[in-house]
Design a protein around this ligand. Structure first.
Ligand code: ZN
Length: 191
């Protein structure tokens, strides 16, 4: 069975943020309506207690949920969507390790050149910049839900140096990790 290295609370954060980066990696099934959605669905958010997450679309359908008309989670919008999903799954599941473009290319059986070009066409990002966003998402989660120090968080989410961690974090979040923690993440829920 497919697995993804995201906790229930992390998946919940993604759907509250309508985070498109994680589309296709998991599905939100709403027990009260019998509907399932992509993480980025803009429909009104269900209550947390009414939500189940599924990694596999077959599984969520077998469980009796119907696809949301609005976000159409059952539709693949292009032939490269499956490739992007494989790459993002690899990044989410290996973010703690140093990852090279060659590692990512090997994981999907393509040349690094072709992989990077296709991935960029589909997402507007390189695998590296996407990985940075995933790492920073992990960091924001740890900063507001744990007592780990900035330095611990830095290494926990796969950055190799604190200076790089601070630089990337600030670029993506507009504040330092310490500031982010102080604000409890409240300045970021709507971005
Ligand atoms: Zn939906």
């Amino acid at each position: 069975m497919a697995t993804i290295n995201l906790t229930f609370d992390e998946m919940w954060e993604k759907i509250i943020a309508c985070d498109q980066k994680y589309d296709g990696l998991f599905f939100t099934a709403v027990k009260t309506t019998g509907i399932y959605c992509r993480p980025s669905c803009k429909s009104r958010k269900p209550k947390k207690i009414n939500v189940d997450f599924y990694i596999d679309r077959q599984e969520v359908e077998t469980a009796g949920f119907r696809a949301c008309k609005r976000c159409q989670p059952e539709v693949e919008f292009s032939p490269n969507v499956a490739l992007v999903r494989s790459v993002v799954t690899y990044l989410v599941n290996h973010f703690k390790q140093p990852i090279t473009l060659q590692d990512v290319a090997d994981s999907v059986g393509l040349s690094p050149y072709y992989l990077e070009r296709t991935f960029k066409q589909e997402t507007g990002e390189t695998p590296r910049s996407y990985l940075e966003k995933i790492r920073v998402d992990k960091a924001t989660h740890l900063l507001v839900t744990t007592d780990q120090t900035n330095l611990e968080v830095c290494y926990e989410v796969g950055f190799q140096s604190p200076s790089n961690f601070y630089r990337v974090f600030k670029r993506l979040k507009g504040c330092s990790p310490s500031e982010y923690r102080k604000l409890g993440g409240s300045n970021h829920e709507l971005d």
